[in-house]
Design a protein around this ligand. Structure first.
Ligand SMILES: Nc1ncnc2c1ncn2[C@@H]1O[C@H](COP(=O)(O)OP(=O)(O)OP(=O)(O)O)[C@@H](O)[C@H]1O
Ligand SMILES: [Mg+2]
Length: 244
């Protein structure tokens, strides 16, 4: 992987998303800087997926703005070069009905470098060496999630958004994903991921963002977030109390 040239910091300023008359993101102001992973937590419906989609340029803001290293970007057209440096893995990634290797090859479309070698590198990075010829849809859930990561990494993103990458995976499969996240972050890729697993947030995050009902309830460095939370929401959420 080449060294990332990032568009960071990614800054949300009073970001609002309203859909169907419902406020989904409510004046979110947040700065995501280069460095260790940022982990988004919060109850179901808090707006985590929406925030990732907005950052990726897939969901438009109703008001407010987002800047990348000080610049506003439309997320389309002339912006395509920088857009290519971001990738997202959804919670239930859809695999093409072809081999694992062909799924990665598809993501590499237009890349002129020798693709077979790149595919092998990516399969190795996610621990799927030897499974390249297996139909992707016959891989286990954990293997599919790792293949989705390989696919997302195919074009050398500088920023990788992961939406609950370990939901419904067992502890071993979860550890495999966490190891990949660490390896990717160690290469300088900025990872922004959501999770419902507070242990995972502690293990991976440099900073933690708590969303609640579309609002940013708290954002801080991981130790401070868990040891000395400032908001009632964070205190309750960490204590395992229901946030409604
Ligand atoms: N296009 C839409 N139109 C109307 N409501 C929407 C739309 N997209 C999302 N929502 C609502 O916005 C809220 C936030 O959804 P979002 O998926 O961002 O939450 P989340 O924090 O990712 O939740 P989960 O933990 O369940 O994945 C939910 O109540 C959801 O139903
Ligand atoms: Mg979600």
């Amino acid at each position: 992987m080449r060294a990332p040239v990032t568009d960071l910091p990614l800054v949300f300023e009073q970001a609002n998303v309203i859909a169907g008359g419902v406020t989904i993101l409510d004046h979110v102001s947040l700065t995501l800087s280069a460095g260790p992973p940022t982990v988004l937590i919060g109850p179901n419906g808090a707006g985590k997926t929406t925030l990732l989609r907005v950052a990726m340029g897939l969901t438009p803001l109703s008001s407010g703005r987002i800047t990348w290293n000080g610049q506003e970007r439309s997320g389309s057209g002339s912006d395509s070069a920088s857009k290519a440096r971001r990738a997202i893995v959804f919670q239930r990634p859809a695999m093409l009905r072809r081999s694992a290797a062909a799924n990665i090859d598809y993501a590499l479309a237009g890349v002129s470098a020798p693709r077979a070698q790149r595919i092998d590198e990516l399969l190795a990075l996610v621990g799927l060496s030897g499974l390249g010829s297996r139909p992707a849809r016959r891989l286990s859930g954990g293997e599919q999630q790792r293949l989705a990561l390989a696919r997302a990494l195919a074009r050398d993103p500088a920023i990788l958004f992961l939406d609950e990458p370990t939901a419904s995976l067992d502890p071993a499969a979860t550890k495999a994903i966490e190891d990949i996240v660490r390896a990717v972050a160690a290469r300088g890729v900025k990872v922004v991921m959501s999770t419902h697993d507070l242990g995972q947030a502690k293990r991976l995050a440099g900073d933690v963002v708590l969303l609640h009902r579309g609002r940013l309830a708290e954002h801080g460095p991981t130790p401070a977030f868990f040891d000395t939370p400032r908001s009632d929401e964070a205190r309750q959420f960490i204590a395992g109390e229901l946030l409604v």
